[in-house]
Design a protein around this ligand. Sequence first.
Ligand code: ADE
Length: 247
Amino acid sequence: MNYHVLTLFPDMIEQGMNNSIIGRAMADGKISLEAVNIRDYTTNKHGKTDDYPYGGGAGMVMQAQPVYDAFQAVLERTEAKPRVIYVTPQGSVFNQQMARELALEKDIVIICGHYEGIDERVLDEIVTDNISIGDYVLTGGELPAMVMIDAISRMIPGVLHNDESAEDDSFGDGLLEFPQYSRPEVWNGIPVPKILLSGDHAKVDAWRREQSLIRTALRRPDLLETAQISPKEKAFIAKFLENQKEQ
Ligand code: ADE
């Protein structure tokens, strides 16, 4: 996977991503990341990338020309028609399923806006996907771009090592992940759930599945509508919630 991020703050992207698991994936050649400075493609001598909005109003708008020229330069290094993502609060809300799908691409171009956005004409011309990372407004697209790169990359084979497996992830089967415990066996007077010390893998798996169901029902009941759960598990959740009410 090759990421091409068009931004006014390339250092932010490079420094933000060159650590931990994503940094290791780059060093291993599993992914590559270039941060392209849109300012390098301005044609005016002051390196200006924005101007006042037609029709008036607060703020500035990023102009079409430098974004378009930066994109054309990137196209010379990508497959014919790469996905071109504009990160914007006006997009579809990013989720695990989208991360899994995007992990199958060879090149992804991500465009980061600032100020009051980018001239609509260049967006109409080049963007294939408008994506938001949630219903709140950030000062720029760099953090959303980094959030997406992180979530997509860990779905690429080889990026996570065996001991970092994504198999049990929250959202894997539409449920939240079960709680985890590590040494010591008793911390602050609180013991680890006994079943985890039993060595009985089938029992541990069953307990973890129940915990996932309970946790999802309590914290994200909206997920239960699309999660892969059996009628028996549905009944288990209903009974659990009923018992809760009585307490
Ligand atoms: N740019 C500013 N806010 C954003 C958000 N919530 N998602 C994606 N891009 C953004």
